[in-house]
Design a protein. Structure first.
Length: 358
């Protein structure tokens, strides 16, 4: 990964990022990385069509019902994938004072317009000519269609992740050793300045009103709202890296990270990991978006904590120990895991005490 460049230059599972010709970008294969292999396997495992056996069927009704279930499954996977990643981008907004929910929502509305759209997906196809075929032949074709439907669902999502990474909305992870690597993540700062103009008088006449109420005088003052967006790219070089499931991560996280973790759907939670390591080198690239392009780069030699939430080879959101200077919180998923562990320990303590006092 070329960390000192404004472009993400990396090869992930046979797919080129930034180095690919724009015309060839969407002709590339789905990255052959664990994330997409696991997602494909998870979808196939939940498929109703793939679970059917033709010798157990006497009518086509179970096939049609399984087709409907799998169509809903693929659409849900597509929607939850998008929602999870969009939530990570949303939670990367900074520089909005706590409690200013309206300002934060306005910032998100501006940032949301910069997120690329995913291609529409028609995952499965059941024309009348196929539906008219005998049960064994129909099932074989629809099961093959389901395998292709998984590919049709994941391919545009892989294309979308590439666009998000190249648009500097999500980061990339690169491992140079078992516990040594480098990853990037992004922060989006929005500041708003309001300037007031001169007063002016507006006069309106409404002849439909009674005499004495036809003329209305209004004193108006125009105001100009200038919004500035700053994109900050963080690159962390880490050592002694460890991976945790979300529920097993033992440390507090910044509130914006907890907000993201709370929004992760159950279907995607097994595919997200929190990496915990120590930063040995930190790079910060700040770019002023709203008033042209100017990049300021700062490279620091540091040694401090550096967690991030990984989605396969992508880093959806990250932070450092600096973000915990004012305190941290536990996400609802972490709290639930702690309660479950605490209850198990209490039951074990009571059982052990009973054995010794019996």
């Amino acid at each position: 990964m070329d960390t000192m460049s404004d472009r993400v230059l990396v090869d992930l599972g046979g797919r080129r990022f930034a180095g690919a010709d724009p015309k060839e970008r969407f002709a590339q294969p789905i990255p052959n990385v664990e994330l997409f292999r696991e997602l494909a396997a998870s979808i196939r495992q939940g498929s109703a069509l793939l679970a059917l056996k033709s010798d157990e069927l006497t009518t086509k009704s179970p096939i049609y019902a399984a087709y409907a279930q799998d169509l809903a499954l693929l659409r849900r996977c597509h929607a939850e994938f998008q929602g999870c990643v969009r939530s990570a981008v949303r939670c990367s907004i900074t520089a909005v004072a706590p409690g200013r929910d309206r300002a934060w929502e306005e910032a998100w509305q501006l940032l949301a317009t910069q997120i690329p759209h995913t291609a529409d997906v028609q995952p499965l196809d059941l024309p009348h000519t196929r539906a008219a075929k005998p049960i064994p032949e129909l099932l074989v074709e629809l099961q093959a269609e389901m395998h292709e439907g998984v590919e049709r669902t994941l391919r545009p999502l892989a294309d979308w992740l590439q666009l998000l990474a190249e648009s500097e909305l999500i980061g990339i992870v690169e491992w140079s050793g078992v516990d040594v690597g480098c990853y990037s993540f992004f922060r989006h700062e929005f500041t708003t300045a309001v300037t007031r103009g001169k007063k002016r008088t507006e006069v309106t006449v409404d002849d439909s009103q009674r005499f004495g109420s036809k003329t209305t005088y209004r004193i108006l003052r125009d105001r100009t709202v200038a919004t500035t967006q700053v994109l900050e790219r963080h690159v962390h070089h880490i050592v002694d890296a460890k991976l945790h499931k979300i529920t097993d991560y033992p440390h507090p996280v910044p509130s914006h990270v907890a907000m993201f973790l709370n929004s992760v759907p159950a279907s995607l939670e097994p595919h997200l990991l929190i990496v915990e390591g120590t930063i040995t080198k930190e790079e910060r690239h700040r770019r002023l978006i709203a008033e042209g392009t100017r990049t300021e780069t700062e490279v620091l030699s540091v040694y401090k904590g550096s967690p991030g939430v990984l989605f396969g080879p992508f880093n959806l959101i990250g932070w450092s120990s600096d973000d915990l200077a004012s305190g941290g919180v536990f996400s609802s998923k972490q709290k639930a895991a702690k309660r479950k562990t605490g209850s198990a320990r209490e039951r074990l303590r009571r059982a052990t005490g009973h054995l010794f006092t019996a």
